[in-house]
Design a protein around this ligand. Structure first.
Ligand SMILES: NC(=O)c1ccc[n+]([C@@H]2O[C@H](COP(=O)([O-])OP(=O)(O)OC[C@H]3O[C@@H](n4cnc5c(N)ncnc54)[C@H](O)[C@@H]3O)[C@@H](O)[C@H]2O)c1
Length: 394
């Protein structure tokens, strides 16, 4: 049924390029000076969800995805926010994702469940699975949900934060298209396989580790190309399977090094972590795994990604873990820094700083190029353009 949408006449592929360029420019740091206008958070949700609604996603699911993408931008991860929306729209248009699919529980055994996403939208499946894991954690102390039949599900930190809001520890990870060359391999066979673990301390205090298991995201290589800069030796292999510092060659080859880099820099640990994610996602769920997943942005088959979600109730251990966590985080933040201007941080602090800034300024700052791409996209889609408001400078 959803394949019939491919007859829609608007085209998103050119816009995708402009869109990505806008995001890269914003990562180059020029947006601070240029932009006087910001997009309020609710307006970003409205814009993204209107776009998805237009290609057959229900109002409810469009909001779920819109909220997720807005949150990624709000947290400063512009590569995974509104920037991703045209790709989701294009995947629906190409019949690669079913906009109407609903996740379905395949097996449910006490603290564990397996979910089939039925090739629906990743964020809708992700929210469903995390909610199920949290429900189980409240009943059994721990809940684990494995998902297959899914698509790109956004930032892992979103799901960890869902659990923190319910006073639970949240963990999630996902497999992705092959982009990482395992240690000693000439070619890519695992994805950027990201993961997040989060726990709340006292008040708003929290630890949210949210990271890919490759040395860097592909976006950082694209950025080096724009800046005409070489990349460090620890990032990627070239077409010949050897480490390259040439950003264009690295981008063309699509063989990122695992977290840590080459073998002598302990890159095998990043490789091991990427494989750990694959065990929890692809192997357990029955989804595609490793080199069998379709390549990034190809359309030869559906993605059939796998995810893992876990929720743990720390109160089940009854050790005052919230207080203990906050004490540890304070001890770490209070360590004497090497550079006085750069205090020791906790995973999640940098995202909290980004969100504080958005709140102070009254909305999210996008690069002018991304805003221009939004304008064209809105015209093509026949939706209300993204409305901006003046940045709050007080
Ligand atoms: N769904 C997918 O397929 C997919 C794939 C890759 C990445 N992602 C998402 O992309 C986003 C970016 O990933 P990334 O690996 O580039 O993240 P990153 O390198 O920007 O940050 C990784 C982690 O390090 C922490 N951190 C940063 N600086 C720190 C410091 N000085 N001290 C202590 N902690 C610090 C951050 O808070 C974060 O938790 C994540 O949200 C991730 O989930 C998703």
């Amino acid at each position: 049924m959803y394949k019939s949408l491919s007859s829609v006449t608007w085209s998103t592929s050119n816009l995708l390029k402009a869109w990505t360029f806008g995001w890269m420019r914003s990562r180059m740091g020029s947006c601070d000076k240029d932009a006087e206008m910001v997009a309020p958070k609710e307006e970003v949700i409205r814009f993204t969800s209107d776009s998805l609604f237009k290609v057959g996603v229900s109002r409810e699911d469009s909001y779920v995805i819109g909220h997720h993408l807005m949150t990624a931008d709000y947290r400063g991860h512009f590569s995974h926010g509104m920037n991703r929306m045209p790709m989701y729209v294009q995947d629906i248009k190409d019949g690669m994702t079913d906009p109407c699919a609903k996740p379905q529980i395949v097996t449910d055994c006490q603290a564990i469940a397996l979910v089939n996403g039925n090739n629906g939208l990743g964020q809708v499946i992700g929210k469903f699975c995390m909610e199920l894991a949290m429900k189980k954690a409240k009943k059994f102390g721990i809940g684990m949900v494995s998902a297959r039949g899914s698509n790109h599900y956004g930032i892992c930190g979103y799901y960890a934060k869902m659990a923190i809001k319910q006073d639970l520890i949240g963990f999630t990870c996902t497999n992705t298209s092959p982009l990482m060359a395992p240690t000693r391999s000439k070619v890519a066979a695992l994805g950027t396989n990201s993961m997040a673990l989060g726990m709340g301390g006292l008040g708003d205090d929290e630890y949210v580790l949210d990271m890919a298991t490759t040395a860097v995201a592909v976006g950082k290589i694209e950025l080096a190309i724009r800046k005409k800069e070489p990349i460090p030796e620890s990032w990627a292999l070239g077409m010949d399977g050897k480490v390259t510092t040439n950003a264009e060659e690295a981008f063309k080859a699509g063989r990122l090094l695992p977290l840590g880099g080459v073998e002598t820099n302990s890159g095998y640990k990043g490789y091991g972590l990427g494989l750990m994610v694959e065990v929890l996602c692809g192997i357990l769920s029955g989804s595609e795994f490793g080199p069998n997943i379709r390549h990034w942005k190809t359309k030869d088959k559906i993605a059939n990604l796998g995810h893992c979600f876990m929720a743990i109730n720390p109160q089940a251990f009854n050790c005052g873990s919230k207080e203990r966590l906050s004490r540890l985080l304070k001890q770490l933040r209070d360590l004497p820094p090497v550079d006085e201007n750069k205090p020791v941080m906790i995973a999640g602090d940098i995202e909290n700083q980004a969100m504080d800034r958005v709140d102070r300024e009254g909305g999210i700052t996008y690069h002018p190029n991304q805003l221009k791409a939004c304008e064209e996209f809105a015209k093509d889609m026949g939706i209300e353009p993204l409305k901006l408001v003046p940045k709050n400078v007080n």
